[in-house]
Design a protein around this ligand. Sequence first.
Ligand code: SF4
Length: 445
Amino acid sequence: MSTSIPKVGFVSLGCPKAGSDAERILTQLRAEGYEISGSYGEADLVVVNTCGFIDSAVEESLEAIGEAIAKNGKVIVTGCLGAKSGVVQAAHPSVLAVTGPHALEEVMTAVHAHLPKPHDPYTDLVPPQGIRLTPSHYAYLKISEGCNHRCSFCIIPSMRGDLVSRPIGEVLNEAENLVNAGVSEILVISQDTSAYGVDVKYRPGFWNGRPVKTRMTELCKSLSELGVWVRLHYVYPYPHVDEVIPLMADGLILPYLDVPFQHASPRILKAMKRPASSENNLARINAWREICPDITIRSTFITGFPGETEADFLQLLDFLEEAQLDRVGCFAYSAVDGAAANALPNQVPESLKQERLARFMEVQERISAAKLLSKIGTIQTVLVDEIVEDEDGNFEAIGRTQADAPEIDGVVYLEDAEGLNPGDFVEVKIVDADGHDLWGGPPGA
Ligand code: SF4
């Protein structure tokens, strides 16, 4: 170990939820006076935050661990793949420690054991909002960890355990610190946002001296007081979700709901063991739109789940036509090591899964494109994400409307972005659209 400030290298792979874990580890390291090093060579040890959701992520994670061992030698592994410590240790027996996801304390214990913490913690080095991996004007806010469902294609509960909601006071303080540090958009994430507080029976916590229930609606109301964009991800269509739609209609939180429906055939939803599988989703969507006509609904689906017949698939296409969802992702079913669905009968051949995926995307692309075309001529508020300079020295801005979440939805391109900065809100007239993105100009254009 060097005699100066101990330095920790950090590599983070995987989804925003893993990123949120990483932020917490980085914040703690800095709080204790460790320095974060950008290079393997200069670091005294390296923490690798892994992903283990699909086979390619496992490979990528194992490669990253191998690279850290080759270039540094002292490596601690955490994150989803860490839940399968046997796989990590078989591939890389020299790793110092392996912890699962959401294991801040275990990671810190391993770091302390192999790189003792400095005598004089530089707590004042840590900005109150912590250290974020996302651009400074938006931030993910993780409200809970784990999941009480047991969807048959998913191994997250076996890796992350049952639902554990973070105390609402802690969540709201974190959000407030983010806003005080300049964040313009908060993205609420968890495995199941609508279940927030179920594990603690919605018990009240305290924020700014007043009691607030640990519950999605109360969380949304409190977040809306912060005066920034608040976007909800991973919401299941339970009846109580209806309560947040009026908040969207009143402009308190963004009129945006990310609802992973996954399928529309009741038979397949049952085989998937999906939460809220018996709800009438079409009726619910129509009711939401009546209360909040501007609502953007994003969803994800799976084609070729074991047992899916042509009739099930046609039911899915009918649902798409009727639901007219704004943004949709779709994947051909792929077996995940350890998932219960692997043992289901009537697995669908790969070529058929892909064929159905293509048919699905054809229908949805037409719907999404029509939705975007209908925005031409409207005035939209755009949050600027990035400024880029073209080869002629002109500045272009790339931003998003309320209907677009970062990284997964489309963007708005703006010419003549001189004077704009990331994090700015601008009023824009939409002048063009394709199947995914929009182009905008000044409101008077
Ligand atoms: S709701 Fe289902 S898919 Fe989502 S994390 Fe829980 S078990 Fe997995």
